[in-house]
Design a protein around this ligand. Sequence first.
Ligand code: NAP
Ligand code: MN
Length: 266
Amino acid sequence: MKFKIISKGDERSNKIKAKMKQHLIDFDLLYDKEEPDLVISVGGDGTFLEAFHRYNHRLSNTAFIGIHTGHLGFYADYVPEELEKLVIEIAKTPYQIVEYPLLEVIIRSKTGNKTDTYLALNEATIKTPESSVVFDVEIRGERFETFRGDGLCISTPSGSTAYNKALGGGIIHPSLEAIQLTEMASINNRVFRTIGSPLILPKHHTCLLKPIVDRSFFITIDHITHNYTNVKSIQCRVAKEKIRFARFRPFPFWNRVRDSFIADNN
Ligand code: NAP
Ligand code: MN
């Protein structure tokens, strides 16, 4: 089995990375950064997002696991104290795999036939540095509303505890193949009207955002911000691809939600 370890880069994470790497090599596993079967991130959820984006071109052949060196994370949910046990479990393969849905975003440009396709593990957000965004929002090919406001966030179920939660979105269990659309400060008055509630769309219900007013956009895909102009449309839907987590012990989603947001041992 081939593995790769990605560290957040701080001293503690680097030390854990070095120790784990040596242990796994001692178990005859191969360190391979090109085609790893298992990618281990050591740091926080942000580090995990980086690991995901580095290997998102080979998701069907890569499993991910996260060790947290700071506070408990949603993706980084193993503690360094579990390291020895974890190494033995990894060496023993095959391990159990759990799959979570992802978001596919396709950005089409007005100029030429340029399209960019992205996969997000948490969410995509669309904002502008120039006053408000103004979009026609289509769902499944039908016009739903015209959105005017600060921006929109389209999140995955596992991303629903991140930015989406701060926007008042619901927390969605990752066994549901869905995406969630949440508003950022929509303008609502006698002229402009939006639904106001987060929308949860199932698989195959594509959401298309068509800018009515030409703006330069900041489009974020997880932790990465892209600058766009001349945008014809932004298409969002549940991706065909999924992220695969290597699971060595159960840690149910709702327990992670409780431990992260309510209390540690209550
Ligand atoms: P960051 O500024 O460090 O991230 C903000 C926080 O979100 C960190 O505490 C991060 O955990 C946590 N986080 C990431 N994914 C999560 C998830 N799925 N569920 C719950 N918490 C999660 O930047 P970053 O580490 O590069 O992460 C990028 C993410 O930050 C974006 O995808 C977005 O979801 C989130 N964000 C949130 C807000 C907001 O809540 N208002 C604003 C902008 C961005 P770690 O400390 O373990 O990294
Ligand atoms: Mn972070």
